[in-house]
Design a binder for this molecule. Sequence first.
Ligand code: SAM
Length: 234
Amino acid sequence: MNRTPVLSERLKTIADLVIPGKPMADIGTDHGHLPMWCLENGIVPFAVLSDINEGPLEKAKLRISRSVMSEESYSLRLGSGLSVLKPGEVSTVVIAGMGGELTSRLLAAELGVTDSVERFVFQPRSRAGMLREWLWEHGWRIREERLVRERRRLCQIFSAEKGIQIPYEFSDIPECEHPLMIPFLDRELANIRIVIDNLLRSKEAVDQIKLEALQRKAAVLEQRRDRLWKNSSF
Ligand SMILES: C[S@@+](CC[C@H](N)C(=O)[O-])C[C@H]1O[C@@H](n2cnc3c(N)ncnc32)[C@H](O)[C@@H]1O
């Protein structure tokens, strides 16, 4: 019998946000490491492992069938997004490693299931702001924000539950005091400054509204970064 490989820090952080003691689903599970780890460590009593592609699901099936888990504790499902779930079937749904735009589309496509979920845990690979905006517009609030470094990438991870929340000033920037916020903001500021420089050097008419919005965003993020530096002991 195999045991699940040690989880990466990214997947471990996601596992920390899953509701303990209640069933979960991992949409786009690929290798299945996350739900297998949650089952093996007694975090959840039952897990749905699903993927749109047969290859990854076969991989997950092979691994989980060789593991210590009983067959009643999991279900492998082939299909897109939340279409593989019945309303109310699981408490936590994890969608990690997909783009924020695709994730929003998957939530919108199955509103009956989406609305029955107690907590989502997301790790959007791109367009996190778009996903947060979708959530705020559809009666969800961000419950907790985390950042994790994986190789050269800084991954945004957040959980969401039902509720009303005043949207962040910038939906693409997590509002948290995590130590990795300083490098995260440094990287964002560097990207914004490149865009501002290009606009200022452009020989064509400059979109003043866009330019001023970017300059304001840079000023606000710089203040946030400096405040974090001052308050930090890291
Ligand atoms: C980059 S992998 C992420 C794997 C894992 N969730 C993680 O974070 O390590 C993305 C997975 O999502 C699956 N996927 C892509 N679109 C999907 C959809 N609409 N529904 C379900 N799974 C999907 C892919 O087949 C792939 O296995």
